[in-house]
Design a protein around this ligand. Structure first.
Ligand SMILES: C[S@@+](CC[C@H](N)C(=O)[O-])C[C@H]1O[C@@H](n2cnc3c(N)ncnc32)[C@H](O)[C@@H]1O
Length: 320
């Protein structure tokens, strides 16, 4: 039976759809249908660039009046509540009718509403012939402050990609230990720290290590950054993220890339690699199977094209 415990609502543009689907697959073990996904897994929306809302469903019904009654029976008593209507794909309810429905639910909750500083926000929505009511958790977008980091480079991956890479690498397991093997200015590390993961960084270039440390300190995050060639790292991690060198700052030959992947293979059984080229052969040469691969571009930048490779050691079933 389909679980109706948590309803997730996604938002993304055309360039991000494949990446969003890959993220959902690794967090929830399934993809959203359109922009909606139901799961028993509780994931904090602000740790994703694509999850806009989560409704922790209190009750649902195909019949609207039945849902109002069910919520009445819950005897909810909350001072300072607010209710929002979430318009999902396929919901044609007119604006006025939506307002009336919000009022219906407002009457069945005890306590005074507070529109500006609510203590609890509830969400009402209609999706695929069923009404849902529950506690609404919004993506607070506070992570966008990372766009104002003191040091950044024009060819760095976007904050949206960085957040997604962290979710794919960890599969949302908070205990995952991470290494950002080519951390540059720390774009990925900032997102891992924001979400509360244990991450360390490594970069061969001391200036970039200095910039990454300054970026982390700017937001009061603490994470170890090692100035080193990745081949000289010996600690083990649950997953290693590698944003491979590719631009004028850090060009790399196949030989260099193989060197980095081989070195990472000694540190973890799980790699998430970002490349500009097709590196399937190099990944396999290092003893990894490719579980997933997706292509991404950056909004407004036709020249920015990257591939994300999710790899695990050994002969695993590939989704390519
Ligand atoms: C594409 S950049 C990473 C950018 C980073 N994700 C960011 O957002 O700023 C690749 C990085 O790999 C580093 N690098 C190249 N070879 C390396 C090696 N053998 N070991 C560690 N870092 C290396 C470069 O110094 C460069 O900072």
């Amino acid at each position: 039976m389909l679980s109706k415990k948590n309803l997730y609502y996604f938002g993304y543009d055309d360039t991000e759809q494949a990446l969003c689907h890959l993220e959902s697959k690794h967090i929830f073990n399934k993809q959203a249908k359109g922009k909606v996904l139901f799961s028993d897994i509780k994931f904090e929306p602000s740790n994703s660039a694509f999850i806009k809302r989560r409704i922790d469903v209190i009750s649902s019904s195909e019949n609207y009046e039945t849902l109002v009654d069910k919520i009445k029976q819950e005897n909810i008593n909350v001072e300072g509540f607010k209710i929002e209507y979430l318009v999902l794909d396929g919901d044609t309810t007119a604006y006025k009718s939506r307002l009336n429905k919000l009022r219906d639910f407002g009457y069945v909750i005890e306590g005074n509403p507070d529109y500006y500083h609510p203590t609890t926000t509830y969400g009402l929505c209609y999706y695929e012939s069923c009404w849902y009511f529950g506690v609404l958790i919004k993506n607070n977008l506070s992570w966008r402050k990372h766009n104002e980091k003191p040091f950044s480079y024009s060819n760095s991956i976007s904050i949206n990609i960085a957040k997604t890479i962290v979710n794919i690498a960890t599969a949302a397991n908070k205990k995952t230990t991470l290494l950002d093997a080519c951390c540059g200015a720390g774009t990925i590390m900032l997102e891992a720290c924001f979400a509360g993961y244990s991450i360390e960084g490594c970069d061969i270039n001391w200036k970039l290590c200095r910039d990454a440390r300054a970026n982390l300190a700017h937001f009061d995050y603490t994470a170890n950054i090692i100035r080193s060639d990745i081949k000289d790292i010996s600690k083990k991690y649950d997953a290693v993220i590698i944003d491979l060198p590719y631009n004028l700052l850090s060009c790399a030959s196949d030989h260099d890339i193989q060197h980095i992947i081989n070195a990472a293979s000694k540190l973890s059984d799980r790699l998430v690699i970002i490349s500009i080229a097709d590196i399937e052969g190099l990944i396999q040469k290092a003893g990894f199977s490719i579980l997933d691969c997706c292509s991404i571009s950056k909004k407004g930048k036709i020249s920015f094209a990257r591939k994300v490779w999710v790899c695990e050691k050994g002969d695993k079933r590939s989704n390519l």
